[in-house]
Structures are given as C-alpha cells and as structure tokens.
Design a protein around this ligand. Structure first.
Ligand code: CTP
Length: 409
C-alpha cells in the first residue's frame, strides 16, 4: 500500500500556513489490511480509519457517486485498484486535491499548485456538485484566504449558483451547515463568507432574512453606508477585527433582521425593527440548530441593541429593566458580549469605525452599580419571597439613580 498526505495539510504547507490536522489517503489497501495493522474504523460503511497511535484520519482511496439527494445519497467505491488520481478528482477544490508522499513529492494532476500561486479557488471537476456543502466550504475558504488575495473562479461561482438554484442546499442537515457557518464566522474576514454566499445565490436559500437586508436603506445621518446589508457585513468585519467570540459574531450577523421587514414607504426609517426582527432571528437560530449561547445572545442583541446605543440617555428604571433582562447578576459574561455586539454595530458604519463608544463603559458601570446592592441587610430587615425581590429592585434602582447623576456631572 502507498500512503499520501492529502488535502488541507498539503495546501497549507505550500501556502506557508500552519497545518493543524493531517489527512492521509491509502492506495492499494483493503479494509482487512487496515484492520490487521491496528487501524480503527470510523464508521460502518465509510472507508476511513484512525491511526492506532496518532489518531489521524486515513481514508482508503475511493470514488464517490451520488444516488440520491442530500448527504445520505452517497455510494462509495473503495478498493485497492482505485488510483490516487481517481481519488483526487472527486475532491472539492484543486488546491485541496494535491497529495504528497513521505519524500514531499507532490502529485498534482489538477494543477492545485498553479491555482495556489494564482490565488484562485477552483473546483476540480463536475463531481463538485455531488456534495452541496461545498458551496459553504468554498465561501469559507474565500473568507479564510481573502487576506492572501484568493478569489473564487468564475466557473466555480457559476457551479455554486446552479447548486443553489437546484434546491440541493435545502437537503443539507442543520449540523453540517452550522459547522461550516461557525468556522467561517471565526475566520479573519467572515464578511467575505456572507458576500460569496450572496454572490452565488446561496444566501437567499440559506438565510433569506440576511439576504433581504441588501438594498434596504437606512438614514444617512446615522448610517453613511446607507445599505443595511453593507452595514451588516461591516459589523461582522469589525467583530473579527476585534477578535470577538462566535456568540458575538452570530449576534452581529442577525441583529438588524427586522429592517428587512420594513414596508418600503417607511424607508429609510425602521420603526420597532428590534421587536419585528425577533421572529426572524428565532427562525434562523432554529434552522441551523445554533448552540444555545449563540441563540440567546442573538435574540437579546436583536431586542436591545438600540438600548445599548442610547445607554447614556436611558432613565434609571429602563437601565434597570435592561440589566434585569440580561440577568447581569448571574450572567455577567453575557452582558459583556451584548456590550461588545453593540460596539461592533456602532463601529460597523462607514467612516465611523474609529469613533469611541462611551456607552460600553457606561453600561459596565451601571451593571457594577446594580450588582453592588447587598442582599444581606434586606434579609436582616425581614424581607422574604416576592417582597425581597421588590426590595432588591428598589435598592438597585436607587443605586442606578446615583450612578446616573454621578456620571452626568
Ligand atoms: N473534501 C471534499 N469535499 C468535502 C469535504 C472534504 O472534497 N465536502 C476533501 C478535500 O480534499 C479536503 C479534504 O477532503 O481538503 C479534507 O477535508 P477537511 O479536513 O474537511 O478540510 P481541509 O481541506 O483539511 O481544510 P480545513 O483546514 O478547513 O480543515
């Protein structure tokens, strides 16, 4: 049997990027031979094994054919007579379809190296269409390598467009899609992921609520970039520049969905968009089965981001309601993430990226003031049950009044 390094490990070594995990392909072997060498099978029908020591993935060279819709619709053909070239041709991109032996001799039948040099993401063959997840993968690679100057080849974009129009994307499971989305959002230029999905028509299928924001104007005085979709991309860009976690990036992407519902005659104003957007945010959250912390933050940011921006003008009672809604006493981290998302929203406006955001420290100070109320003295006064709750709230309100007047001096 011959063993080759394939895929991302070869690509990233040639690009001079850090290699995180290594995939191997094995030519000329049978399942029985792999098992005899101590490899552990990954799945029942899947010709992939884990190395007994390193735990790295070793796949038997295979061809793949599709016999139905979705991810279940694959049949694999793995046998010792499948060649390396046959295995490589079914892969997604030319830059991912190179193999390397233990002497670092490159097998590159589909010119991956040429495309690496030309900074092009190009599909290998029509077999690309066998897995619609690849539409998301290409958009993710575009986001990851945007910094290096990579773009999607026009013919690949066209194929992605056809796949998006065919309805195949709808067959993807939420879990597979979410994994790609989450990874893409954590790249350095996540806005490129959304832009590429939009360009090939996939955004309209996957997240029509986000797609609908393009072409929707906002008041120029607050939003010099005007377009809500453009603004959303900038907010995401800021979130990545400021190294925000996934929860914040997800919330940034979804915070303005309500603006897509504003009747045209109300443009460029978006009255109550925060509230209107909640059902859309919920729908997107559920469509991809986003993790609970992402779902929660997206809904809270959707509902309260304008409160964040107006923090300095809020009455102490409104400020208290905001803090209560976030349960800042038990969930301080979530409130920090809310503040971060609001700040990214403010910075994601054309020409205002560097403007300071005093609301952030003001909100932090308010949370500290409310949190500083001690419960013990109230217990000692004999408060219990709901009365105790009211008494604590009353004390917090007092603390916020003091905080607000002290801050406005
Ligand atoms: N691959 C593919 N189609 C997919 C998934 C994977 O063709 N839908 C192939 C590609 O050749 C890819 C390899 O399998 O390079 C390994 O896949 P994976 O580990 O998911 O990605 P990497 O390319 O290693 O990239 P990353 O750095 O994102 O892990």
């Amino acid at each position: 049997m011959q063993i080759y390094k394939v895929g991302g490990a070869v690509r990233d070594r040639l690009l001079g990027q850090p290699v995180t995990d290594i995939d191997w392909v094995v030519v000329g072997a049978t399942t029985e031979e792999m098992l005899a060498k101590g490899f552990r099978p990954v799945g029942a029908d899947f010709p992939v094994f884990l190395h007994p020591k390193s735990g790295e993935e070793y796949a038997l060279a295979r061809t793949e054919r599709k016999n139905g819709r979705g991810y279940g619709g694959f049949i694999f053909h793995a046998s010792p007579d499948v060649t390396l070239e046959e295995d490589l041709i079914r892969r997604d991109l030319t830059i991912n379809a190179m193999a390397e032996d233990d002497q670092q001799n490159l097998t590159d039948p589909y010119h991956g190296q040429r495309d690496l040099e030309a900074r092009v993401l190009r599909h290998v063959s029509p077999a690309f269409a066998e897995d619609p997840l690849r539409v998301l993968r290409v958009a993710r690679f575009a986001a990851r390598y945007a910094e290096l100057g990579f773009t999607v080849a026009p013919e690949t974009l066209e194929l992605m467009r056809q796949l998006s129009e065919s309805g195949e994307l709808k067959a993807l499971t939420p879990e597979r899609s979410w994994k790609e989305i989450a990874r893409a959002l954590m790249e350095d230029q996540p806005q490129v992921f959304i832009a590429v999905l939009r360009e090939c028509g996939a955004l309209k299928v996957l997240m029509p609520e986000v797609d609908a924001l393009f072409g929707v104007p906002q008041p120029e005085a607050h939003h010099p970039e005007i377009d809500t979709g453009v603004h959303t991309l900038s907010v995401l860009e800021q979130a990545a520049l400021h190294k925000q976690p996934l929860t914040v990036r997800w919330a940034c992407l979804l915070h303005d969905l309500g603006k897509g519902l504003t009747p045209e005659e109300e443009w460029p104003r978006h009255i109550a968009h925060e509230h209107k957007g909640l059902k859309l945010i919920k729908a997107v959250n559920e469509r991809f089965k986003a993790p609970k912390d992402c779902q929660e933050l997206a809904l809270l940011v959707g509902k309260y981001h304008t409160h964040g921006h107006r923090a300095l003008e809020l009455k102490p009672s409104t400020l208290l309601e905001l803090l209560q809604s976030f349960d800042v006493y038990r969930r301080p981290q979530r409130f920090e993430e809310f503040i971060a998302a609001c700040e990214m929203d403010a910075r994601g406006r054309k020409g205002l990226e560097q403007r300071s955001y005093p609301q952030a420290d003001y909100l932090r100070g308010a949370a500290t003031a409310a949190r500083s109320v001690a419960v013990q003295p109230l217990l000692e006064k004999g408060f219990k049950g709901p009365e105790l709750g009211e008494a604590i709230k009353g004390e917090r309100l007092k603390a916020l009044k003091v905080y607000k007047s002290a801050s406005s001096v």
